[in-house]
Design a protein around this ligand. Structure first.
Ligand code: PLP
Length: 442
């Protein structure tokens, strides 16, 4: 997917104030900024009286548990209201608050009835939890390559599909929607379910639809690095009542209680073995305030990203990360590509010297290179994931994901903060405009 830079062309020259010919700070020139620029945690940046008031209400009611409080006649409602408002934002019928994104992945896979003998395709580059949740279900994770969007490469997915493949895990990383059109077409063709992991892109959209709405079921992490946060937390969301009921049951030891019985209308399924991943009311209080601020956070971060994109759009030989839907991107980082690792690493050093640090793609791991994955180490030596014939046959290692490794080696990005000022974004633009041509010139 090639990014259309025309979208951002227009005011590039107006934004830049440092001549591109200026001596790089790494070579003894004056840095663009006096002090390093650093993106902060989005959720806590927006904490104000609202979070405080909702927390105090939970405290005063002495009702920290979501299903009942000190006064048994009053049904606590922070988590329940958060769930309703989260579902409304995501345009799905249902949402369930849970304790973390990792828990949410396990809940979603349990809802989809994934277990031993099943295979789930995951991107080679994503957070541990995506892989681990499949293993914890007893199923086999199969890693496919990413493309320059850092998300699943649809062109690599099909060769991994076997009669045992049940789910395609579409993970939307670092604010960037995956190529859902192509992934949904593959899923339809092979009758696979789609689990969207929106953890790193809450608030982003694809062709006008909130991420998580297009697959069968979706999850989000609400941990502190994410768009909105209570420190820890997660959500599972879907428009399928059957999946929602199974999700509720798994997250609450097999049961369905009010208010979910009311939300579902009637329960159709039977109890089965579950865990306890229930969200508590203090987390619900913070997240209720945070979901109400999500449109503001998204508007702010997109405005910041747009100023940066506009400011660098006319750079010669500029390669941006693949953006399957530039308008839907969250804008949490602006990534620039280089021909290879040596240029990328020189860019990193030079940007650091300008006090506008850039980093390689982050927040994920190249799963097949992890020693415990190469060793197929689960919680028990007879874990069903790797004792099945397919599990015994599967191999990991960097040689199984060479294209992903090469892509990750040649990109660098500046992380953005929704409250960066115009001066901050001007510094980012100035630094990239100063350093990028010097690196590309060799
Ligand atoms: C893509 C992705 N999925 C799942 C998770 C797990 O979320 P949590 O840390 O809330 O368990 C993360 C966390 O960083 C993530 O980045």
């Amino acid at each position: 997917m090639v990014f259309s830079r025309r979208l951002f062309l227009g005011s590039a020259a107006a934004l830049a104030t440092t001549p591109a010919s200026a001596r790089l700070a790494i070579d003894g020139g004056t840095p663009v900024r006096a002090k390093p620029l650093q993106a902060r945690l989005y959720g806590p940046l927006y904490y104000n009286q609202m979070e405080w008031d909702f927390l105090r209400e939970v405290w005063e009611a002495r009702a920290p548990f979501r299903f009942w409080g000190m006064d048994r006649s009053v049904m606590p409602a922070k988590v329940a209201t958060f769930e309703r408002e989260f579902a409304t934002f995501m345009q799905t019928r249902f949402a369930l608050g849970v304790t973390s994104g990792t828990a949410a992945l396990q809940v979603a896979l349990a809802a989809l009835e994934i277990g031993p003998g099943d295979e789930v395709i995951v991107p080679a580059w994503t957070w541990h939890s995506c892989f681990n949740a499949v293993v914890m279900a007893g199923a086999l994770p199969i890693c496919a390559e990413i493309d320059s969007s850092f998300n699943l490469d649809p062109a690599d997915v099909e060769r991994h599909i076997t009669p045992r493949t049940r789910v395609l895990m579409a993970v939307h990383l670092q604010g960037n929607p995956a190529n859902m059109e192509a992934l949904l077409a593959i899923a339809r063709k092979h009758k696979l379910r789609v689990l969207e992991d929106v953890s790193q892109s809450v608030g982003a959209s694809y062709r006008g639809k909130p991420l998580g709405k297009m697959g069968d079921i979706a999850i989000a992490s609400l941990q502190v690095n994410k768009t909105i946060s209570a420190g820890e937390g997660g959500a599972v969301y879907t428009s399928d009542a059957g999946l929602f009921e199974r999700a509720i049951r798994f997250h609450d030891v097999g049961t369905v209680r009010a208010p979910h019985t009311t939300w579902l209308g009637s329960t159709q399924g039977e109890a089965f073995i579950g865990v306890n991943y229930r969200m508590n009311e203090f987390s619900g209080a913070v997240l209720l305030a945070q979901i109400r601020k999500l449109p503001q956070v998204v508007g702010d971060i997109r405005a910041v990203a747009r100023r940066v994109y506009e400011g660098i759009a006319d750079l010669k030989q500029l390669e941006l990360r693949g953006l399957p839907d530039p308008a839907g991107e969250l804008g949490s980082a602006v990534f620039v590509g280089f021909p290879g690792r040596s240029q990328r690493d020189r860019f990193l050093s030079a940007m650091k010297a300008e006090n506008v640090p850039a980093s390689p793609p982050s927040g994920s791991v190249l799963l097949p290179t992890q020693p415990h994955i190469i060793a197929k180490r689960a919680t028990h030596p007879n874990w069903p994931t790797w004792t099945s014939p397919a599990g015994r046959a599967v191999r990991y290692g960097v040689e199984t994901c060479p294209r992903s490794a090469a892509i990750l080696d040649r990109f660098a990005g500046v992380s953005l903060d929704p409250k960066f000022t115009e001066a901050d974004t001007r510094d980012i633009v100035n630094a990239i405009r100063k350093v990028h041509p010097a690196i590309m010139a060799g």
